[in-house]
Design a binder for this molecule. Sequence first.
Ligand SMILES: CCOC(=O)c1cnc2ccc(OC)cc2c1SCCC#N
Length: 387
Amino acid sequence: KKHDFWDTQPVLHRGETAEEVGPIDAIKTVDEVRKEPYNLPAGFEWAETDISLPETMDEVYELLNGHYVEDDDHMFRFDYSREFLRWALTPPGYLKTWHIGVRVTKTKKLIGYITAIPARISVYKKEMNLVEINFLCVHKKLRDKRLAPVLIKEITRRVNLTNIWQAAYTAGRTIPTPIARCRYWHRSLNPKKLIDVGFSHLPNKMTITTVIKLYRLPEKPHIPNIRPLEKRDIPQATKLLSDYLQRFDIHATFNEEEFAHWFTPQENIVNTYVVENPQTKEITDLTSFYTLPSSVLGHPRYSTLKAAYSYYSVANTVSITELMKDALIFARLNDFDVYNCLDIMENGSGTNLKDLKFGRGDGNLQYYLYNWRCPEIVNSKSRHACE
Ligand SMILES: CCOC(=O)c1cnc2ccc(OC)cc2c1SCCC#N
């Protein structure tokens, strides 16, 4: 039973190695792609969800809010906001036909979802146009209807019709076959709340007062000339990030328009800060985080957790530790409860995370490429960081 579906897909299967980099499926043309949608089980129908309509955005929000990803202990469930979903799903070049819903034919209730957005990545110096798959969700009561494989095949079909043959996606679960793995690390900003909800525990011999003192942060950032990114910074900041990303074997690429979409500060969505040299007016460093709250499940006093997720940081004239410390300070000033970060890129060794009082979480994140054979990226700095 396990991975029956994935054994039918163009991904690396158990025991297969990735000697040469390239597509797994035989190269196909658009006119070989199935023209009609895949069949859903009886009683369900495909729905194109136009999230520019408030009532449709409400349906998508409610489905994800009630039925999307939870941690293994069912303490939290992601609570993507409507404005965050609009940001995540409408980058330059997006297609509404890639925001796919499934409805119950009788009641028109939205019970399934999957999305693709256009993206471009560089894999071992080779640029590739692909899509990022996200928000695969099936209503809790319908998990035994084998809807997920049909959602995956349908989004693949619609993307293939536009002559795109690769996709990138992540999962907390391990399915065939990760190209990279990493671990979430967490930095308490509101330790009392994290202890109250049961995520953190009071270290023995410590009182709540000493824990609060341990995680306390200054009321102001300490890097001189750090400030929110502004529109006029975009050309320089795009180049700063692009030059930095070149050093990684697999990374996203951003032109100015895409950079503007993903990094222009928007309240409750994304915060981006830059360091500007006051003499030369040069943008020398950048750090950013996005806002992704979670529902706190079944707690008498708390219903939501305000979590910040480290996005991209480029440390040139200051250390990554100083830069991220200011990100922590900005997050605390914006009333976040926790700052989450992956041990990838400049955080691969976990050293600066430990210096900043991050704790290593128990949540893995795996990265996947669809229809692309390539060697797994193992954290060069330290193998332990992801195991
Ligand atoms: C307090 C630290 O944990 C989280 O912030 C958190 C919040 N909500 C979730 C919802 C679903 C969920 O499913 C894996 C995990 C979380 C997590 S831990 C992994 C994400 C990070 N960092």
